[in-house]
Design a protein around this ligand. Structure first.
Ligand code: ARG
Ligand code: ZN
Length: 859
């Protein structure tokens, strides 16, 4: 397969630019016509042809300054025009087929709704254009279509004119005063329910808020609209950033490849991240709605007002915007549970990506298909890097840096280096070493070792760092790592180090190793590192079970307390893997922990959660899946039986109050449901699960009961699942929870079961949410089913991907991820995983999306 690799260092400024665009879009299911008039300008002094990106369209006509033009030729990926004037009007007419656009990129029609997705490179499927983020133009867009089928016609900016024709069509003209790159272009047409509201900014601008949802779903949009107002207020309070148009629109659609898209003034959302009510959405769904609504809103400044120069800089807007939405969520809900949520994503997914052949820095150097780089590394590790700026500079310093960034770059397309430079100037800090986080991939391991001298009563602690080589980069240099640090003895007393290297609770590890001396301290002193997950690293700090419990009791940092429990569970599971038993003293201590924290529902809920299989994989090498899964299972079973009465007390401790989505209740429900998950493995489990399922007045408790049932008796699980399916059969978004539970269940006949579900009336390969719920959940979260010793799980997913890839390469390339992460598993798995990857790579007609990931993985 011939593929075109793009390199970051090959960046060239555009040879031409487009400053103004006037579009007319005539909607038609299979033959939409688009007339685009662009004002084109040559940049600099050269005679190079004008290359315009374009794919999957018919070119109907082309004119320069109003005259038909034929000095052009079709070339790979677009057209090339020669001998164009220095400044001119280019008119391009194209025709596309939205109904048969199953890739859901560009303009597509699904469920009777026209909508667009142009990031990263979808605009080139609508018209021939300079489809790159450093070309910024003003747009005026007229959308016309059948009035009855598409009463709502939307595009970016403000509506300035509308009208009707005698043939049953109508039209609306939209004008966006802010120059923007074409990836922020959007258009929507359909028949919706509308929720309206308004917001007045601090400086007094009245903004109309409009939320469009499927007919009949209006009540489910209320929470999203409230979330939007909270996000608008928060960005004013925290960063002094106000909205800049008279209208802000959000449209929820059922067919969407990703979560949502920040198109200027017209966000398009996967309906999963808009629609929520107590009956159909869990606490987690409510949380996600608020966080994605905020994320897209925050992009208006970090993404739209200041955008990326090229796609290698994606983390400039995504890492920063994820950090901003995380801070917002922490303020709206609670800091600890948020932090734990993000760290789980890092440990389960980002560390795995870094350990695979897809490992890349948060600012990648080489890309074949840009869609493959909307990754946990660019987004979540990117956000961790921004968080480290915040940690190092403090909230005030960080705000100064942000102010400077906007002062310098508002209206521009810039790079990650520009961001670092603004932070650096504003705070007068040298951030050049720190900036290596942008270019170096891989997960650093911070080692902790200690030496205690009994005679002298001195403790020597050494912190070291090492980043293992990654597929893309052999040589690694020491990074600038902020390590939150506490030194505590077994009475909870904290000690400073002799040389004052611990400043504001942080040690800066900016060389291969750093030594800390503590004089006149007791032998029980322990190093407690990486409070609040102060850097995206793994820690190798050999501690005994007793010492972990000491940290749990006495550390100031609540994240460290939670993490000590996670390490303790990991240690216990290792004991079982080694055929040893978990000492009684540990069970006794765990009972004490539960008793001591019984009123701290947030911490208790988190501390009763056993590390996921995926997290455990990251502290092990050469994983034998069945062996690790069974060790984890048997630990969970013992946990339930040893702590049964304590867990029962927890579960019983929650009087049933009627549902509200507020943090104290969320914490309580979480705690109760984690306890139920354990109790499912005891003799009392069935009765408790059935009781909770029957009495639940909300989706969180219903689903909590179902999840618990998944690890109890098959009979109860199956009967509850049937009841759930009957109740929710009409609502595919809710049924996705049911598909996912089916796909993650451990059962002998799992593949046959999934095959049966594929023919469920609500399942369709055309909808990415369905595919992720069933096939994605299986590949990502059913380790025992996916990694069956005979390789049948791998083969099953591969067969499916080959079919999906023909319609929707972007989603296929996401779901292939678990196969590409073979490095972590035992040899016997590796062979069979690679066999399927080889099948994929040899497949004729494979998309470049899947090809890029698979070929890198086999290289
Ligand atoms: N910018 C969107 C966000 O808010 C994601 C768009 C991703 N689109 C894609 N085709 N990969 O994060
Ligand atoms: Zn984003």
């Amino acid at each position: 397969m011939s593929v075109n690799v793009k390199r970051r260092l090959d960046y060239q400024p555009p040879l031409y630019t487009i400053t103004n665009v006037v579009m007319h879009v005539q909607l038609h299911a299979t033959a939409t016509r688009i007339k685009t008039v662009s004002t084109v300008q040559r940049v600099g002094d050269h005679n190079s042809p004008l290359f315009l990106d374009g794919e999957k369209m018919q070119l109907l006509s082309l004119a320069v300054n109003g005259e038909a033009y034929n000095l052009y030729s079709h070339v790979e990926g677009g057209i090339s025009l020669t001998e164009v004037p220095d400044t001119f009007e280019l008119t391009v007419e194209t025709e596309i087929d939205p109904q048969n656009n199953k890739a859901l990129e560009g303009l597509y029609l699904s469920n009777g709704v026209f909508c667009t997705q142009c990031e990263a490179e979808g605009f080139r499927r609508i018209t021939y254009f300079l489809d790159r983020p450093d070309v910024l133009a003003k747009y005026e867009v007229t959308v016309s279509g059948d009035k009855e089928k598409y009463p709502t016609l939307l595009a970016n900016g403000n509506p300035i004119a509308k009208g009707e024709e005698s043939d049953g069509t109508h039209w609306v003209t939209w004008q966006d005063p802010h120059p923007k790159p074409c990836y922020l272009f959007a258009l929507v047409a359909g028949d919706f329910d509308l929720l309206e509201d308004s917001y007045t900014t601090t400086s007094g601008r009245d903004v109309k808020l409009e939320l469009y949802v499927d007919k009949g779903k209006r009540d489910k949009g209320v929470f999203a609209l409230e979330s939007l107002k909270r996000a608008m207020k928060w960005d004013e309070d925290t960063f002094g950033l106000e909205y800049d148009l008279d209208i802000y629109m959000i449209v929820a659609v059922d067919f969407f490849n990703m979560g949502a898209m920040e198109n200027k003034g017209l966000n398009v959302f996967n309906s999963k991240f808009v629609l929520a009510d107590q009956d159909s959405a869990t606490d987690e769904d409510f949380f996600n709605v608020e966080s994605v609504i905020a994320h897209e809103y925050f992009h208006n400044w970090t993404g739209n007002r200041v955008t990326c120069r090229d796609w290698f800089q994606l983390s400039l807007k995504e890492g920063l915007t994820v950090f901003r939405d995380q801070q917002f969520s922490a303020d709206m809900t609670s800091a600890l549970s948020n932090r734990i949520k993000h760290v789980r994503v890092m440990r389960e997914h980002q560390f795995a990506e870094d350990a695979s052949a897809m490992s890349h820095p948060i600012r990648p150097d080489e890309v074949i298909e840009m869609n493959n780089f909307y990754t946990v590394t660019v987004y979540d590790k990117g956000a961790e890097v921004i968080r480290m700026f915040h940690t190092l500079l403090g909230a005030d310093g960080f705000r100064k840096g942000m102010d400077e960034y906007f002062r310098r770059h508002d209206g521009q397309a810039v790079t990650c280096d520009d961001f670092v430079a603004a932070m650096q100037t504003a705070t007068e800090r040298d951030l050049s070493h720190f900036a290596k986080w942008y270019s170096q991939s891989g997960t650093p391991v911070v080692g902790v070792s200690r030496m205690y001298d009994k005679q002298k009563r001195t403790l020597h602690i050494s912190l070291s760092q090492h980043t293992p080589a990654t597929a893309n980069q052999q040589e690694k240099e020491p990074l600038y790592i902020p390590v939150a640090f506490e030194c505590i003895d077994d009475t909870g007393k904290h000690y400073p180090d002799d040389d004052g290297l611990i400043k504001d609770g942080l040690v800066i590890l900016d060389k291969p190793s750093v030594s800390l001396m503590f004089s006149d301290v007791p032998e029980s002193c322990l190093p407690v590192v990486l409070g609040n997950f102060s850097a995206p690293v793994k820690v190798d700090n050999p501690l005994s079970a007793k010492e972990l419990l000491q940290i749990f009791r006495f550390a100031d940092d609540p994240f460290n307390r939670w993490d000590a429990m996670q390490s303790l569970y990991d240690w216990c599971i290792t004991q079982i893997e080694l055929d040893k038993s978990v000492p009684d003293s540990v069970w006794k201590a765990l009972a004490d922990v539960i008793a001591a924290e019984k009123d701290n529902h947030e911490l208790l809920g988190e501390c009763l959660s056993i590390p996921s299989f995926e997290t455990l994989c990251q502290t092990r090498v050469g994983v034998d899946v069945a062996a690790l899964a069974s060790a984890r299972q048997s630990f969970c079973a013992q946990f339930a039986s040893e702590l049964q009465s304590a867990l029962l007390t927890v579960w019983n401790g929650f009087s049933s109050v009627s549902y509200t989505y507020k943090q104290t209740d969320v914490n309580a429900r979480r705690c109760k449901n984690v306890a139920l998950g354990h109790l499912a493995r005891t003799a009392d489990g069935e009765a408790l699960i059935e009781k909770q399922f029957a009495e639940a007045d909300n989706m969180t408790d219903s689903l909590g009961a179902l999840r618990a049932a998944q690890s109890g008796s098959a009979e109860v699980f199956n009967s509850l699942m049937t009841a759930f399916e009957q109740k929710w059969n009409h609502d595919p978004l809710v049924l996705d929870k049911w598909f996912a539970l089916n796909a993650t269940t451990e059962r002998e006949d799992i593949l046959a079961h999934i095959t049966m579900l594929k023919s469920h009336p609500q399942f369709t390969m055309g909808n990415p949410n369905r595919v992720r719920a069933l096939i994605g959940s299986f590949a990502f979260y059913n380790p025992v089913g996916f990694h069956q010793p005979d390789g049948s799980g791998y083969q099953y997913v591969t067969d499916y991907l080959l079919e999906l890839d023909q319609h929707n390469p972007q989603v296929a390339a996401r779901i292939v991820t678990p196969l590409t992460q073979w490095q972590n598993y035992a040899d016997k798995h590796q062979q069979k995983m690679k066999a399927q990857l080889t099948r994929l790579v040899n497949h004729e007609g494979l998309s470049k999306d899947v090809f890029e990931k698979v070929s890198k993985s086999l290289a």
